[in-house]
Design a protein around this ligand. Sequence first.
Ligand SMILES: NC(=O)c1ccc[n+]([C@@H]2O[C@H](COP(=O)([O-])OP(=O)(O)OC[C@H]3O[C@@H](n4cnc5c(N)ncnc54)[C@H](O)[C@@H]3O)[C@@H](O)[C@H]2O)c1
Length: 239
Amino acid sequence: MRLQDKVAIITGAARGIGGEMAKLFAKEGAKVIAADMAPLSYEAENVEYYPLNVTDGEACRTLTQYAKEKYGHIDILVNNAGITRDAMTRKMTDEQWDLVIDINLKGVFNLTRYVGPLMEEQGGGSIISISSVVGEYGNIGQANYAATKAGVMGLTKSWAKEFARKGIPVRVNAIAPGYVMTDMMKTVPEELLKKFASQTMLGRLGQPEEIAKAALFLASDDASYVTGHILSVNGGMRL
Ligand SMILES: NC(=O)c1ccc[n+]([C@@H]2O[C@H](COP(=O)([O-])OP(=O)(O)OC[C@H]3O[C@@H](n4cnc5c(N)ncnc54)[C@H](O)[C@@H]3O)[C@@H](O)[C@H]2O)c1
């Protein structure tokens, strides 16, 4: 029970990596608010669905207030919601660029701008944002996505300084997963998935549960001296 009595908000928690985090955090004793545009694809005790589009700043403020009023505190925020709209740069539309920036980058800002200060006021908390191996190394056809995931690393380091500047233990970290088998990967051709797997030291793609376990570590007091860190969970890709 590594998250006993903790309250966690996880965005994009209807399925995939966020869904595994929500289930694992609840199993470890947390009360989880699973915030997503889509309804949950599973049922789990102590996981409550909250409809949210992370691009809606006002709705993010309302969610923060709701959680504060219901539980009195918010201990963990996981900014996990994210999408891809891949295209070569010469063919990328404004719509593809704007949507990915809005959800993957502004969406992270939208909720953290309210939850971070609240954690400062209450005396601590853990914020985790999901970046990507693509933010670390870039990728052909994913300039928009790479920009947002590199941006998440910049936000993480800035907030690790900003929210803890009075010595208050608000820890802010990011996870940079490698390629993980979720719906997001459904459009990726089989031969490309094989290539990604072969680029790892472990010879395989990741499972969402493996990212959830890394998030559990960063969310829990086991990581009490870890902040401003980008944790790569990628099977040794590009070593
Ligand atoms: N799967 C991978 O290989 C991989 C690798 C690195 C990083 N990531 C990142 O991990 C995170 C989770 O990805 P996943 O693979 O589980 O994808 P997924 O598509 O399975 O799940 C994404 C979830 O985010 C939700 N979502 C999308 N837009 C939203 C919005 N505007 N507001 C609220 N919720 C919204 C979706 O409804 C969905 O439930 C993303 O940030 C993604 O970029 C994934």
